[in-house]
Design a binder for this molecule. Sequence first.
Ligand code: ZN
Length: 543
Amino acid sequence: MELPRTLIIGIDGATFDLVKPWAEAGLLPTFAHLLKHGAHATLNSFPHLLSAPAWTNLVTGYNPGQHNIYNFLNMGRTNSWHPTTARDRLKPTFWQLLADAGQRVGVMNVPITFPADDTNAFMLSGMDAPDTEIRGFARPAGLVQELRAAGIDYILDVPNVGQMVQSGVKTLPPVIRDMTVTRTRAFLHLLEKYPCDAAMVVYVAGDRLSHYFWNESPPLPDAPEWKPLRDLFQLFDAQLAELLAHASSDTTVFIVSDHGFGPVKLAKYGLNDLLQRLGYQTAGKPHSGNRVLRDLLHVGRRIVPLGWQGRLAMMFPRAHAQAARADKLGKFQVSKTKAYAMFWGGVRLNTVEHSPDGIVTDAEYDALWNELADVLYSLYNPETGAPLVADIYHAGDYFRGPWTRDATDLLAVWDNRNVGHALGYRGKGQNIVLHPSHPRANWRGVHEAEGIFIAYGKGVREGVAHPPITHFELAPTVLWMHDQPLSDDLDGHPLVDWFEPSFSANHSVTPRAASAYVPGADILNDAENERVEHRLRQMGYIE
Ligand SMILES: [Zn+2]
């Protein structure tokens, strides 16, 4: 078996908050080995806390203002909501650039990569694909069938973890184990059949499980409430060991997550109510059609497998657009609203420039921004009195490029040590205390900024703990290691100082002029839509 020179292993939602204590306790021997004999840093994903932009940042080296992926739903250039796929991405991934240069890259399950690219080796798309049978899921076509013939039943995703929690699961659900183990088997099978210069695989179970099985208590090695996640990370550790067993002394390995995780803090979910109390939003009944649609969307999110929600939305683009809008803006009249909060605590201004229902003019923007920053800085924890927001940034501090218009206007850094379940505001002669509830009652964990980044193997300086890095370094580093020139508009730079001088000396940083923003190939035709519709009808999801 010819082995890739570069191996990237993604673990969605992994954080050193779990990895380090469990590695130190002897539960994760492979992680412990990698930390000791590799180099590592916290990966700071703020303010790109969603998996869709986060993974796209990682594999392109560009911020969303340049690559145009902000969320799983994209309003994008057409001003109409649709589920995000790789065709919305306007900057190339590292594997596209390597493939253009004649190198061979294996890619498996990276979010927002449907349809798959021709990588001169193999590629299976990620969670934005409707299913594994659809045309464009795999390149070359027929990989899924090929795996099946080899006894490997590839599992794209597990949509119903919430139902498992409701049924009282206390250990790692078998379907999560199956999905994870099958991914490794499939990856190794394809690596053997299609030799690669570089390869990347992403495990998504970390994210799926952390949402439901996170805890407020410390992750002690024997705490029973942490058992499902501990089992999962031990399973990841075993996958790493197996993958490393197939790496040679010529392989450099990266283990990376897209964001970290932490407990749900309900205070953050009270922001829209507070903005309404303070007059920045006007309450209003969403009209009945919208309410129905919103409810449908919620039900849809619970029962429709993740990959199929996109298909459903594409079949009913107008209904989904209204539902998505009602879902996000449901409790207030959009045309009488100046600002609204994003779920993670940022605030967006309803500007004339960016929305058909926008009411905030350019002339008002700065004063309103400052007013809202004052509101955020005046938030406190009613139990302790501690302030909740440590810093606030402008969109322009973190986003740049032609599509920065979709960026959140006020990027608030919440001081998670101080944030609890109640939201207090003191200002303008008012003292308001709110006790918000979570829109998804059985969620226990939410994304936080601190992800993981570990480098190990060929060329890597051993045992170094580096200062935090961002999403934008991985792609330039891989391109540099594979002797490709680096576009001069990349947001990151190669991590040259993570490597031994003897390794760095063999690779040069060569700039090149930036390429144009190129949308990906179009995806589905009517016949394919009909196929999916037929299957959804069979399952009873649509009439
Ligand atoms: Zn994620």
